[in-house]
Design a binder for this molecule. Structure first.
Ligand code: FAD
Length: 312
């Protein structure tokens, strides 16, 4: 019989790197949260969205946003979803609006309709050219998101959020140019940036440092994607050049057909991500819900967000 070497466990433990403690649960104020939904394509997906909205609404988010399909392809569905939120809920909706492939007049008209319907918050984006083509501004349109923000501010006094890229927008000429662009969007009237998905907290925290150094003071809210379907998330991450840490791939490895374990791992991964951000002072989170409430709901609870107590 061979003896394994003595593992000097306590000594190793005592000497291991220490991390800052997570915020105490008793006295940590719950963070502000917001949720992103996409407009449903079918009646079944519409039912799914509305049960998702009903469940997440109990957590009283600051706002809920509804995406605009690539190239404005969901214009009518986005509009209908946002309007239904206005009419049937007490939530504050934010409508995503892109300027790709549209004239300024067409974009302004959509914005005017939102304002008239009581929608006062826009997530202003450039959007992408269809099917991976190279983006070119519409001859009569807003060229970039910063121009769109400026134009929207002339339509009405919207609250405007814009996109930020901790790992730099894939087509930016440099990280510095991309930060300058973020600053232009904020200087044009946006008051908040929401980030592209990221999985590595260090990437986000370094980005905040760079943004501060560039003179940005508006909140840069982390966009959190709770991942249950790792294969799908990996594809999405690849498309938007979000890095996927090896540890994450390793955690989900071999779980494709094991839904229950995958869900538990997913909850632990997302909970760890947001708690570590919370420990680093972040007190606002935007969740990419993919119109599924359970994981987002659980993670919001872990962050200390509680549903409204039922009326006595
Ligand atoms: C939170 C969030 C929500 C999103 N929601 C949607 C959605 O609902 N619908 C949708 O279709 N897409 C959405 N997107 C994707 C977004 O449309 C794409 O990432 C798009 O490629 C860039 O949009 P932007 O608003 O960041 O563009 P911009 O801020 O205009 O930047 C685009 C690129 O152009 C560069 N740039 C900016 N100005 C100039 C200039 N004057 N000269 C040269 N280069 C310049 C920037 O550095 C960057 O590389 C979302 C992204 C995020 C992060």
């Amino acid at each position: 019989m061979t003896h394994s070497p003595v593992r000097r466990t306590l000594e190793r433990w005592a000497q291991a790197e220490r991390i800052a403690p997570l915020p105490a649960r008793d006295d940590a104020a719950p963070p502000a949260i917001s949720f992103e939904f996409f407009p449903p394509k079918t009646p079944a997906l519409e039912t799914q969205l509305w049960s998702c909205i009903e469940r997440l609404a109990t957590l009283r988010p600051d706002f809920v946003s509804v995406t605009y399909g690539a190239g404005g392809s969901t214009q009518a569905r986005t509009h209908a979803t946002v309007l239904r939120i206005v009419k049937e809920t007490a939530l504050t909706p934010a409508a995503h609006l892109t300027c790709v492939g549209a004239t300024k007049e067409a974009v302004n008209e959509v914005a005017e309709r939102y304002w008239a319907a009581g929608v006062k918050h826009i997530v202003a984006l450039r959007g992408d050219a269809p099917n991976g083509e190279t983006y070119a501004p519409h001859p009569g349109g807003y060229a970039f998101a910063a121009d769109l923000v400026e134009g929207l501010k002339k339509v009405a006094d919207f609250e405007i959020s814009v996109a930020a890229y901790p790992e730099t927008h894939p087509k930016a000429s440099s990280p510095e140019a991309d930060l300058d662009n973020l600053k232009r969007k904020l200087d044009a009237g946006a008051t908040r940036a929401i980030t592209q998905v990221f999985f590595d907290n260090a990437v986000f925290l370094r980005f905040l440092d760079r943004a501060l150094a560039a003179g940005i003071t508006a909140p840069i809210v982390p966009g959190i994607l709770p991942v249950t379907n790792f294969t799908q998330a990996q594809k999405f991450a690849e498309a938007c050049r979000t890095s996927v840490p090896n540890w994450m791939a390793s955690m989900f490895e071999g779980l494709d057909d094991d839904v229950e374990t995958r869900r538990m791992v997913a909850a632990a991964v997302a909970a760890e991500q947001v708690r570590l951000l919370q420990a680093n002072g972040i007190d606002e989170f935007h969740f990419y819900t993919l119109n599924r409430p359970d994981l987002t709901y659980a993670i919001a609870r872990i962050l200390g967000v509680k549903p409204e107590a039922p009326a006595a």
